[in-house]
Design a protein around this ligand. Sequence first.
Ligand SMILES: Nc1ncnc2c1ncn2[C@@H]1O[C@H](COP(=O)(O)OP(=O)(O)OP(=O)(O)O)[C@@H](O)[C@H]1O
Ligand SMILES: [Mg+2]
Length: 250
Amino acid sequence: MAVIVCHGLKGGAGITFAAAHLAMTLSEAGAEVTVLSVAQRDTLPLHFGLQPALTLPSLFAPAEDAVLASGINLRSHTKAVDDADFVPTLLDLGYFEAGPDRVMVIDVPASEFAFARRIIPHSSANLCVLNAAPDTLALLPQVLGDASAETIARTTFAINALDETRRLSRHSAAFIRELVGPRLIGRIRLDEAVPEAIAMLQPLARYAPSSAALADVRAIGAAMVPALETPGRPWVARGEIAAASSSRAA
Ligand SMILES: Nc1ncnc2c1ncn2[C@@H]1O[C@H](COP(=O)(O)OP(=O)(O)OP(=O)(O)O)[C@@H](O)[C@H]1O
Ligand SMILES: [Mg+2]
């Protein structure tokens, strides 16, 4: 089972939103998908239009306890972040292998960056979700400086909740592009339909099928599919590299 880790620098950037919709895109592409939440305060079910009071079963709970949303298996394992044996256990169970058919998307809250760092080296890909905002910009050079070259080589970035009508948001996005270069896999526009869908207890795809954020996050999911073939090897979006080098050449 290939593993994709969704993580970020700051809480509220849209990591869970991205993880849920990445899972939906991969599932629509034919993969058997599990989403694992390791958050103590879990909002993952809301992005699937499920009730807020729902408690997700453990990763290791039997199949009959599964919560399926549009065919996606939703699981929780809050102990994972403090469990030094979590990664070895998953390795023993055959996770972290290549292939597009079975995928686990792990939703890691920004505060659990130490856990993200432990699990990323074993994953097929990881998506770091950023907001185009000054506090993120202030953290980004430090985070890039702390990360190993190997981790950075594996990381793709997405800007979420981008408002191109605002100068600060636009300029912040440009600065992120400078810092992460071809590793920026895409951007997701700020879209009121995202919180509105949660308020209506509906998946975004049902509440607002023509939502701008939905189209953007689906495009990011589709661009990550090649990563599923490359376990343990650095990967970046080839289309983005080609686009970046041709724009440099121009
Ligand atoms: N593109 C977007 N446009 C508008 N609102 C968004 C967008 N993406 C996410 N949101 C909203 O931002 C809020 C935070 O999103 P989410 O829960 O995915 O963030 P997170 O990074 O997982 O936060 P946490 O730190 O709580 O885990 C939610 O209310 C969500 O509806
Ligand atoms: Mg979250």
